[in-house]
Design a protein around this ligand. Structure first.
Ligand SMILES: Nc1ncnc2c1ncn2[C@@H]1O[C@H](COP(=O)(O)OP(=O)(O)OP(=O)(O)O)[C@@H](O)[C@H]1O
Ligand SMILES: [Mg+2]
Length: 274
């Protein structure tokens, strides 16, 4: 099995204690939240792993640790066997590894700078990671990225607000692709979109996976979306992985009550299955 990423006994404990002085005066104990509690799974290269679970179950927290935005309080994230967080990587190696890990978020409104033209938004990662030589090569790459996500080269001159929600999500995907990643975390990438637009964006993600060999960690609470996207599913509840299985198997014969409940509450899937 050729795994791109392996997550081992991952933990994230947030300190929710009141400030020290208040705790002393009111004699309150420290308070912790185990937002991610001993989670382990791997994702095969070129495949999609979906994390599902109710709001607050720890999905985004795992995502942030998987791309190196948040340091785990326990456990490891291995990228091609290399520990992302153990401090053994040089600055240059860290930079190289970060470049390979990208994220696409739920709200393209919040994640695209409204004052920048699309061309500048896409050029920024090219400059940060020094991926192009000179303005001409930069422009050519920006145009190529736009076409790769089904937009046109002339869109580089426009601002994010001139696009529809689905098109804006395409811009976010193009920006994630700019640094030539191997791995993209999609955190609820289509949950703000209409169902028809949702399908188009999901198809684009699948096509890019085929063309570029991308590995995805796909986060959603919509099991109907998971069914079309994911090869494997992990079910998360209160920071713990309660069940993990190949997609069809998990949906056809869920092992835990919690998974059964999630499937029952996904209307489109439920109808298709009954
Ligand atoms: N920086 C933080 N400090 C303290 N608590 C946090 C922090 N980030 C997240 N949490 C808490 O950790 C838990 C898991 O949050 P997380 O955002 O990972 O959930 P989620 O599964 O992504 O939920 P949603 O579906 O609503 O996006 C929640 O209880 C949240 O309030
Ligand atoms: Mg989240």
């Amino acid at each position: 099995m050729d795994e791109f990423i392996r997550i081992e006994h991952l933990n994230q404990r947030f300190d929710l204690s009141e400030p020290w002085l208040a705790r002393m005066i009111y004699r309150r104990p420290k308070k912790f939240l185990d937002a991610v509690d001993d989670v382990s799974f791997g994702i095969e290269r070129g495949k999609t792993y979906a994390l599902v679970g109710e709001s607050g179950s720890g999905k985004s927290t795992i995502a942030r640790m998987a791309v190196g935005l948040l340091t785990p309080t326990g456990g490891r994230v291995l990228i091609d066997g290399q520990d992302l967080h153990d401090g053994s990587l040089s600055v240059a190696e860290q930079r190289r590894i970060r470049q390979r890990l990208q994220m696409v978020f739920q709200s393209p409104y919040a994640s695209l700078n409204p004052r920048w033209r699309v061309g500048s938004i896409l050029a920024e990662p090219l400059r940060v990671f020094r991926l192009v030589d000179g303005p001409q090569a930069e422009q050519a790459r920006v145009h190529e990225l736009l076409e790769q996500v089904g937009l046109s080269a002339s869109d580089a001159r426009r601002f994010p607000h001139e696009f529809s929600g689905g098109q804006r999500q395409r811009i976010s995907i193009a920006r994630a692709l700019a640094s030539k990643p191997d791995f993209i975390v999609c955190d609820e990438p289509t949950s703000a979109l209409d169902v028809s637009v949702q399908a188009q964006v999901l198809n684009l993600l699948k096509q890019l996976q085929r063309d570029l060999g991308l590995t995805y960690l796909f986060i959603t609470h919509d099991l109907a979306v998971v069914r079309v996207m994911a090869h494997r599913i992990g079910v998360l509840k209160s920071g713990k992985l309660v069940e993990e299985q190949a997609t069809e198997k998990l949906i056809e014969s869920p092992q835990s009550d919690y998974t059964r409940m999630l499937i029952r509450s996904a209307p489109r899937i439920h109808r298709a299955a009954s």
